[in-house]
Design a protein around this ligand. Structure first.
Ligand SMILES: C[S@@+](CC[C@H](N)C(=O)[O-])C[C@H]1O[C@@H](n2cnc3c(N)ncnc32)[C@H](O)[C@@H]1O
Length: 289
């Protein structure tokens, strides 16, 4: 919509569409007006603040149609990140679609802890298990330009999203994507640091999840039996790791004791536990004895 455009008969104004959209979203999302403004901004190519500032301007008919479609999908609890096709992670933009988990802010703690292990100028070799959108692998590659990264996933769809993000961030030559079921087909000892944000939700919690997660994110990125299945397999393969090798995992609320026990049984010692901003134990740094 060009600057200074005069309202024309029949065309809806920004403010009217905001009211309509917010009304449609109320009851479904926490901040209906803000989300409506974000979606209207998306179709008009405007920032949220510009949407408010230009509230008297007309909206072209095709944009109004696209906006209506987005509002309906958001009312169906499709995550905002899937509607706009992106999410910020560690200060960078990652493309996302329903083939990959939406990167979460708490996973930035896992990246921080990994970067501490992957020193600057060390030429470290890093393995990211279950890469999803590629957010961990790509961030490590960008923050440690001398590191080489292998990123795996079982899902071809997730690997396609990760490949697209590798191109977007220009690391497609430095992050190698491999389709693998957990540790199969990997020579683990070739890596200095192994990192994973695996599926860790107990399938029994399905009913209590937000509809955005339960109904729209890929189940293979969420659920792991009683929540600990992935860790069980990972630590159960402890003999494949070299003595002194580092492994960092993200865990869910209340899983620290269970994860610690499995890890110790698999020959790992817990070196550090990182709490997230809600004081939940979120990252465990382990070392193979
Ligand atoms: C919780 S998501 C994490 C995605 C991404 N690393 C992140 O932090 O946003 C877990 C990922 O593990 C993948 N996955 C699940 N089971 C797997 C398996 N057996 N082997 C490899 N990857 C697996 C899923 O497809 C999903 O992309």
């Amino acid at each position: 919509m060009p600057d200074g455009q005069k309202p024309s008969a029949g065309a809806a104004r920004i403010v009217d569409l905001l009211d309509l959209g917010a009304g449609h979203l109320s009851g479904a999302v926490d901040m209906p007006r803000r989300e409506a403004a974000r979606l209207l901004g998306e179709v008009l190519g405007l920032e949220e603040a510009q949407v408010y500032a230009r509230s008297d301007e007309d909206v072209p008919a095709p944009a109004e149609v696209s906006y209506g479609q987005l509002i309906r999908r958001r009312a169906d609890r499709v995550p905002m990140a899937y509607l706009v096709g992106r999410r910020e992670f560690y200060g960078r933009r990652f493309e996302v679609d329903p083939r990959a988990l939406v990167p979460r802010p708490e996973t930035e703690h896992l990246v921080e802890a990994t970067l501490e292990c992957v020193g600057v100028g060390a030429g470290a070799r890093v393995l990211d298990l279950g890469t999803g959108s590629g957010c961990i692998a790509i961030t490590v590659a960008l923050e440690r330009p001398d590191a080489s990264v292998v990123a795996t996933d079982l899902s071809l769809g997730a690997l396609a999203v990760a490949a697209s993000n590798c191109r977007r961030h220009d690391v497609d030559g430095r992050v190698r994507l491999v389709r693998a079921d957990l540790l199969s087909a990997l020579r683990l000892q070739a890596f200095d640091v192994v990192v994973s944000n695996p599926p860790y939700i107990d399938i029994g919690e399905w009913h209590s999840l937000m509809p955005e997660v339960r109904d729209h994110e890929p189940p293979e990125a969420l659920f792991a039996g009683d929540g600990l299945d992935f860790y069980r397999r990972l630590f159960g393969a402890g003999e494949l790791f070299a003595a002194g090798q580092r492994l960092l995992v993200e865990i869910g609320k209340g899983q620290l004791d269970g994860v610690r026990e499995l890890a110790e049984r698999g020959g790992f010692e817990v070196e550090a536990v990182v709490l997230d901003l809600a004081a939940i134990a979120r990252v465990v740094r382990l070392r193979r004895r």
